[in-house]
Design a protein around this ligand. Structure first.
Ligand SMILES: [Mg+2]
Length: 385
């Protein structure tokens, strides 16, 4: 079997933060097609990375798609002098997921069976409220109740108001400060959510890497007091492991990091310096299914649970879940909402997240059939396969 084409697809997503999802299609000369996802956090990054995917045709067409490990290394090393982690690992992730999909379809097996077999029957999830409804106490209560009623037992939110310098939300950083007013608003929101959610819901806070060291320490401790929080995610920007270490020395709450760490090598200092209680690599950014499995196994040696960051399209969620089906040291997979019906236009069979766990369907590969009519009708011009 040979690879015949690698195609980027940017498909418009109505009414979401992302604007478009970014998928990768890999065709073969035996008629089996594999699908992967990348979906970066900005349209500009999507377009740039899609250009790289197109260029990789020259080096990957004609290759044997079953040699997943070798093709991972071949692609990774082709970026070695520009910096091997970041855009390159996003591209590798999308292709790697598609190659595992092809391999599973060839063998008639779900991907989790190719990774050592399942250690659980379904995959626990955590999810997000729709914070655009957080403009009143009633809105907050309604969102929290919807999550609780859906059977989810953990939820994540960003309580920090987008004011002043922090108006840039999760892609912004300048001085890393939060005004006192913002700190008060965050503590009040967290206390309210704890009240509505009850004592047993796990509350995860996402700081989106927006704070300097003293601000992160202060916010972490004030939210612990306000809402008995269960993790504090990305307290400081990702570039400094030393900053993370300083925060860690002065807080009690569990720390989670990893959505902006790429490949096993970025996680080595996290494990060796005891910088996190949870790691949260993203299967579509860190290096695909191949890499997520390796990172999960490294984490297992340190007894650190893995909780894949999975907040964009349906392939992201399902690819992360396949690896976690085989991972003993697992916490939860992230989903963007308790209601995943917005994925239904993209895929032929809806995902089953009833009761707050994802049930994979056991079909070959990822177990996903793409709705090609929808893809063709909603592709961004110039990026439609
Ligand atoms: Mg995050």
């Amino acid at each position: 079997m040979k690879i015949t084409a690698i195609k980027p697809w940017l498909v418009k997503v109505p009414k979401t933060y992302w604007g478009e999802y970014f998928f990768v299609e890999v065709n073969t000369d035996e008629g089996i097609t594999g699908w992967g996802e990348i979906t970066t956090t900005t349209l500009v990054a999507n377009r740039a990375v899609a250009g790289i995917v197109k260029e990789l045709n020259a080096s990957l067409v004609g290759e044997d798609p079953t040699q997943i490990e070798r093709l991972w290394h071949k692609t990774f090393r082709s970026f070695t002098y520009m910096g091997s982690r970041g855009a390159s690992t996003h591209v590798i992730s999308g292709i790697d997921i598609a190659l595992w999909d092809i391999r599973g379809k060839m063998l008639g097996q779900p991907i989790y069976d190719l990774l050592g077999g399942k250690v659980r029957d379904d995959v626990s999830l955590y999810t997000h409220p729709d914070q655009s409804n957080f403009n009143s106490d009633e809105g907050i209560e309604k969102e929290v109740r919807a999550i609780s009623d859906s059977g989810h037992t953990a939820m994540k939110f960003d309580p920090f108001p987008h004011i002043g310098e922090q108006s840039q939300a999760n892609a912004g950083y300048l001085s890393g400060k939060m005004p006192a007013e913002g700190e008060r608003i965050a503590a009040e929101m967290t206390a309210k959510i704890r009240e509505y959610a009850g004592p047993e819901m796990e509350l995860l806070i996402d700081a989106h890497g927006r704070f300097d060291v003293p601000t992160a320490i202060r916010l972490c401790n004030s939210l612990e007091d306000a809402g008995q929080i269960d993790w504090f995610e990305e307290p400081v920007p990702v570039e400094s492991y030393h900053a993370l270490s300083q925060v860690r020395d002065k807080v009690n709450v569990a720390i989670s990091v990893g959505e902006r760490l790429h490949t096993r090598w970025d996680f080595v200092p996290i494990f060796e310096n005891k910088l996190a209680d949870y790691v949260m690599p993203d299967v579509t950014w860190t290096g695909g299914i191949t890499e997520l499995k390796k990172i999960a196994t490294m984490a297992e040696a340190y007894y650190i649970p893995v909780s894949p960051h999975d907040a964009s399209g349906p392939i992201n969620v399902v690819a992360g879940a396949h690896v976690m089906m085989t991972t003993p040291n697992f916490y939860r997979v992230e989903t963007s909402n308790q209601d995943l019906s917005s994925y239904n236009a993209f895929i032929e069979e809806p995902l089953d997240n009833s009761g707050g766990t994802l049930k994979l369907n056991g079909k070959p590969g990822l177990g996903i059939d793409i709705n090609m009519d929808y893809f063709h009708a909603n592709a961004v011009e110039g990026f439609g396969g």
